[in-house]
Write a protein of this length. Structure first.
Length: 225
């Protein structure tokens, strides 16, 4: 079992007028192949910042961050974009589906960007895995909040990434739909996908994830049973 992500002595500082705001300090962390990790902590604790760094969306930090064995700080911007598109699937708190495209096209979009060709059969197969293929031709405005988030999850999976990252994927859902999304994530993890999420819901984290970390005092502390 190899390391998908390895972080050593990470410090993240936001420079503001007249002060420097330290978000993360001397943080070390690793994600192993096959992990399902939940990161919990209050709003403003740095969960989203950490996920953005892991996902190559934020490159302004001190310390070392390795993705699949490569030092991502040394990658050129075009290479970072390629890694994000091929190897990292990101699910935002808000579904961010493209309203002018139907479900099947929304799921297919990462592949279309990567290959400049539509291969909707794979997108349809992903829908079938979650038993929601009946949504294929619907437009985003026709979906419930839970359905939108499940489609967003499949869009993140379209290019079969090494790592799936989700920032508060159930934060805007009712308990029933939140349970569906977390069950979907567990199903993907059971099939071998490596997953890291940020969440406020510690009970769901305990139910579905393999490891739980609490982000406090600018560092991560693993919660043990």
């Amino acid at each position: 079992m190899g390391k998908v992500v390895e972080i050593k002595n990470l410090t993240k500082i936001y420079e503001q007028p007249n002060q420097a705001l330290i978000i993360l300090k001397d943080l070390s962390f690793e994600v192993m192949d096959g992990d399902f990790i939940s990161i919990i902590g209050p709003s403003g604790s740095g969960k989203t910042t950490l996920l953005n760094i892991i996902s190559l969306l934020d490159s302004k930090y001190e310390g070392d961050v390795f993705f699949n064995g490569s030092d991502i700080s040394k990658l050129a911007e075009n290479k970072k974009s390629e890694v994000r598109l091929k190897d990292i699937g990101f699910v935002f708190q808000f579904d961010s589906l493209l309203e002018d495209f139907n479900v099947i096209s929304n799921i297919e979009m990462p592949n279309l960007i990567l290959k400049d060709v539509e291969e909707t059969e794979k997108a349809y197969e992903l829908l079938k895995k979650l038993y929601i293929e009946y949504l294929a031709q619907k437009m985003p405005q026709e979906l419930s909040g839970g359905e939108k988030q499940r489609v967003a999850l499949l869009r993140a999976m379209r290019n079969d990434p090494l790592l799936l990252v989700a920032d508060e994927p159930t934060g805007n859902l009712d308990p029933e739909n939140a349970m569906l999304v977390m069950s979907d994530l567990k199903k993907l993890n059971d099939a071998g996908k490596t997953i890291v999420i940020a969440t406020h819901n510690i009970e769901m984290a305990k139910q579905f994830s393999k490891k739980i970390y609490f982000l406090t005092d600018k560092k991560l502390k693993e919660l043990k049973d």
